[in-house]
Design a protein around this ligand. Structure first.
Ligand SMILES: Cc1ncc(COP(=O)(O)O)c(C=O)c1O
Length: 322
């Protein structure tokens, strides 16, 4: 990947286009079956740009209560876009019934909504996949209310690999989709916002306004292209190793393991233990996991962890948890 970056053909993407960025955008738009794609420095910026493109200031966006947009984007919805979040609760990932239950009855005193956001895979739910049927039902429910859908697909690659569902089938449910290159694909930074013709018309403008215009960004886009060529075909390995890790700790008393759909393993501590203590103990033994909440530990499998590494991580974690 470093070599591909060093050898990338570059131009000026703020001025008149960078050839490697253009190649990446065309490839991703084609993979997702959408009109066009625009390269962003981060997934967060691309999500916020989508909210700006599809949402209307002074209205509501329906989001799952444990979504990245709600918990980890520093209230950009409010600060950058002027949207109020209406939380969709009641299931580990959004579904059509939970979305419908969150709809407000019409009233001149109540805020209108302007869009719905879904996340696939769902980080907070442990990399859980929203199946194509479920996503179609969400889209149909949103459409009944006249609302477009934005899909935070930072890990849509994982959802597609785990289910065999083509990326384009997932993407067809949404007006805009964000996909990230800096997670399972292993690039240092970067994401694309991919979408239908109408919302994408102003995507370049909002990226520039948010400070996301980059010049010789082909150096970064080359990393993303390398990830698509070399790391997407091996992503199923991360899912297999996540199952290995889950199996290594599933019988530890006082721990409930969320069975992994993809590359994330969530461990819920039932016996009063603090996640920060488990994280510290594992780290002393050279295994890095994080505290998702006070009682939930998150472990992520990725291309730098091989079979021997996951076996060692499983043994260390089992001891730290016990
Ligand atoms: C589901 C989800 N969406 C968006 C992002 C943001 O991506 P970035 O770190 O590139 O801003 C992340 C990052 O972890 C994520 O997990």
């Amino acid at each position: 990947m470093r070599r591909a970056m060093a050898e990338a053909e570059v131009g000026d993407d703020v001025l008149d286009g960078d050839p490697t960025v253009l190649r990446l955008q065309a490839r991703v738009a084609q993979l997702l079956g959408k009109h066009s794609a625009l390269y962003f420095p981060t997934g967060t910026m691309a999500n916020q740009a989508a909210l700006w493109l599809l949402g209307e200031p002074g209205t509501e966006v329906y989001c799952h209560d444990d979504s990245h947009i709600v918990n980890w984007e520093l209230a950009g919805t409010a600060a950058l876009v002027g949207l109020q979040v209406r939380l969709v609760r009641g299931s580990p990932v959004m579904d059509a019934d939970a979305l419908r239950a969150a709809f407000r009855p019409h009233s001149v005193h109540a805020p209108r909504a302007s869009l719905v956001c879904a996340e696939n895979t769902h980080n907070g739910a442990g990399g859980m996949v929203t199946s194509l049927d479920r996503l179609r039902a969400i889209q149909a429910t949103a459409a009944e209310a006249g609302l477009p859908l934005h899909l935070d697909g930072a890990r849509l690659w994982n959802a597609s690999v785990a289910t065999g569902t083509p990326l384009a089938d997932f993407a067809a449910c949404a007006s805009t989709v964000m996909v990230s290159f800096s997670k399972g694909l292993g690039a240092p930074v970067g994401a694309c916002l991919v979408g239908d013709e109408v919302p994408m018309r102003r995507a370049w403008e909002v990226r520039k306004r948010f400070g996301g215009g980059m010049r010789q960004s082909g150096i970064l886009a080359a990393a993303a292209l390398h990830g698509l060529d070399h790391h997407l075909p091996r992503m199923h390995e991360d899912h297999r190793r996540a199952r290995m890790l889950a199996a290594a700790v599933v019988n530890v008393p006082g721990v409930s393991v969320v069975a992994p759909d993809t590359n994330i393993v969530m461990l819920d501590l039932l016996a009063g233990q603090q996640a920060s203590q488990v994280v510290a103990k594992a780290r002393e033994a050279g295994v890095w996991v994080s505290a998702w909440t006070n009682t939930r530990v998150r472990a992520v499998l990725h291309l730098d962890v091989d079979d021997a590494g996951v076996a060692r991580a499983g043994a260390v974690l089992a001891e730290a948890l016990a």
